[in-house]
Design a binder for this molecule. Structure first.
Ligand code: FMN
Length: 252
């Protein structure tokens, strides 16, 4: 396998960065090849903006969707977007590594999706979900948190992990990936890398790295998450099952 890590953390000495390095070592020693997209390290700009489009479809009004389509078709995408797409195309598995920030993904990950999943190139009205551009590839989120694992359950203080990651997972499904269940390294108390002198905490970090390496080497043990796709919707994208057939009427 060829694995791409997409790392979103501003500190090279962070636990997130250390997880990627230990995951890379484990995968390479198992015969795989690994590439890292270090978004902060490479100064990736996550803010979609007219400044990224040298050759505009419309100089008067900025439509991100129209400009993305035009840049893709005319070969004028920003170089960092072309680089990210090429990395994705090489990969069999994409692992997104990031801390949970404000019960969600860091803005860097959200903005990477906004810019890299190029409209009119990597998705169209039909080339989505089960027909998505990246079908046949797998993706997985690996998250760290300050709060402990037991709090990421329905009603828990951390918030339900499936809700925290839902929009990212659904976007990856939209792009055609098989989305693997997420991996969590929980209870990484804020400044993990500063705890190097605290023996007990350091041992906890080491075991979290071992768990991650083990997960990466046993991916086939986990079936991809199940999401609805074209066959589950009517022409308008409404769910076909009876339970939801009145959902439209229920909306105010
Ligand atoms: C802006 C910000 C928001 C955060 N929000 C959360 C949160 O919602 N839930 C949580 O458990 N931890 C939260 N944290 C803690 C981080 O998840 C934690 O510091 C990180 O996972 C530790 O890994 P690191 O040492 O690699 O940064 C937040 C941290 C920051 C900086």
């Amino acid at each position: 396998m060829h694995i791409l890590f997409v790392l979103a953390h501003p500190e090279p000495k962070s636990f997130n960065a250390a997880l990627v390095q230990s995951g890379k070592r484990a995968l390479e020693s198992d015969g795989h090849t690994v590439e890292i997209s270090d978004l902060y390290g490479e100064h990736f700009d996550p803010v979609e903006h007219p400044r990224h489009y040298a050759d505009r479809a419309d100089n008067d009004t900025f439509s991100a969707l129209a400009e993305q389509r035009h840049a893709y078709k005319s070969g004028t995408l920003a170089p960092e977007i072309t680089r990210e797409i090429e990395r994705l195309e090489r990969a069999d598995l994409v692992v997104f590594q990031f801390p949970i920030w404000w019960h969600s993904v860091p803005a860097m990950i959200k903005g990477w999706c906004d810019r890299v999943f190029v409209s009119g190139g990597l998705y169209t009205s039909r080339m989505r979900y089960g027909e998505g551009y990246f079908r046949g590839k797998r993706a997985m989120c690996s998250v760290t948190s300050g709060a402990p694992a037991d709090t990421f359950v329905p009603g828990g203080r951390g918030g339900e992990i499936s809700q925290i990651l839902w929009s990212t997972h659904f976007s990856l499904h939209y792009m055609g990936f098989d989305v693997l269940p997420p991996h969590g390294s929980f209870g990484i108390q804020g400044h993990g890398y500063r705890y190097a002198d605290d023996g007990e905490f350091r041992d906890g970090l080491e075991s979290a790295k071992d768990r991650f390496a083990h997960r990466l080497l046993s991916l086939d043990e986990h079936a991809p998450l199940q999401f609805p796709s074209w066959e589950d919707w009517d022409d308008m994208g409404r769910p076909l099952n009876t339970k939801n057939k009145n959902a439209k009427e229920a909306l105010c």
